[in-house]
Design a protein around this ligand. Structure first.
Ligand code: ZN
Length: 118
């Protein structure tokens, strides 16, 4: 074991662990279920079309609406001959990298539970 510092200063064991052992950074998720639920609610927001809570697509930067009865945004296209078509686009919200980090943190437990269910 070489005790000589290579010049790098470690400020926490997490930091050291990440570099030496490739450990994942420690993620802080509150143990308070109510607080977590309110964090999730705030993070997701509400689908603007059906007014139901939106869903996070785990591991991505996408928030969408998974309500089966929600058609999404109505888009009407009119043609010169007077006919028109209607189509619906699902609600999709892209979040930032920071949002992705928050999402994977606050929904990590749900993801684990899903895995256990199989
Ligand atoms: Zn919806």
């Amino acid at each position: 074991m070489n005790n000589k510092s290579n010049g790098k200063i470690y400020y926490s064991f997490d930091e050291l662990g990440q570099e030496l052992f490739g450990l994942k950074p420690f993620k802080k998720v509150t143990n308070d279920k109510q607080k977590l639920a309110s964090q999730q609610e705030k993070f997701l927001g509400i689908c603007p079309y059906c007014k139901q809570p939106a869903s996070y697509v785990y591991g991505t930067n996408i928030i969408t609406c998974k309500n089966e009865n929600c058609k999404g945004k109505k888009i009407v296209r009119k043609f010169d001959d007077g006919t028109f078509t209607e189509e619906y686009r699902p609600f999709i919200k892209m979040i930032s990298d920071k949002g992705l980090e928050i999402g994977t943190t606050i929904f990590s437990e749900e993801k684990e539970n899903e895995k256990r269910k199989g």
